[in-house]
Ligand binder design. Structure first.
Ligand SMILES: O=C(O)CCC(=O)C(=O)O
Ligand SMILES: [Fe+2]
Length: 216
């Protein structure tokens, strides 16, 4: 952002985990928000996920390519109406290629085939967890749109400290792979009302791109 007192800079948060501020230009952010609206629409649209313990996640989520449910992936909405999941769009494959290249200097060897789109309304959060349902070690690519959030990036051994809190703003890219691929991470809070005013988005959208390592 041009009005920053100090420009935000690329930072390695842990070995294998890279934060690239302002990676998406405002136009690219607007196009992605428009696409997310279409991806969020039914059938197989955004929903809150019911957890095995009986609780419900506070974010709303939709999968493209593969449908995520606790704890696995399917081609249909197995924990809902049974509809087929929407296809994984080429545009997100290209974005994943460019993101991994920007983070690590070379693309991942595998084809990205999952997008999980999360929407955080006021008060929504995500507890510390690992992205461990994929059968691939390819890096997870995370794109943030709308409200700023606190992204907590921890360690691979425990759900507790040490961790680093990073502010993710609209347009930021975060990639975690290699020794950080299975690190615990989460979103303790968002900062409602901090989205760029001309983005036309209330709340926060996060898109993670992943390699499933699954066939079928
Ligand atoms: O919203 C975020 O920044 C993180 C989302 C996340 O960890 C996930 O979808 O697994
Ligand atoms: Fe995650």
């Amino acid at each position: 952002m041009s009005d920053e007192l100090f420009p935000r800079e690329r930072a390695e948060i842990a070995p294998g985990a890279v934060h690239l501020p302002d990676w998406l230009a405002p136009d690219a952010q607007r196009r992605l928000v428009a696409a997310c609206r279409a991806w969020a629409a039914p059938p197989a649209g955004m929903r809150t996920v019911g957890m095995p313990g009986g609780g419900r996640m506070s974010v709303r989520t939709v999968g493209l390519g593969w449908h995520w449910y606790p704890y696995g992936y399917a081609r249909t909405v197995v924990d809902g109406g049974g509809e087929p999941v929407k296809p994984f769009p080429d545009v997100l494959g290209r974005l994943a290629h460019d993101a991994v290249t920007a983070a690590f200097g070379a693309p991942a060897g595998e084809r990205y085939d999952i997008a999980l789109v999360n929407h955080y309304g006021p008060g929504a959060s995500m507890g510390l967890h690992r992205d461990a349902d994929e059968r691939s070690a390819a890096p997870v690519v995370s794109l943030s749109l709308g409200d700023t959030c606190v992204f907590r990036f921890g360690n691979t051994a425990t759900r507790t400290r040490p961790w680093t809190d990073v502010e993710l703003r609209s347009g930021d890219l975060f990639v975690f792979g290699g020794p950080a691929r299975l690190a615990y991470h989460g979103v303790p809070r968002t900062r409602p009302g901090t989205a760029p005013p001309d983005l036309g988005l209330t709340g926060r959208l996060n898109i993670t791109l992943r390699v499933s390592g699954l066939t079928g």
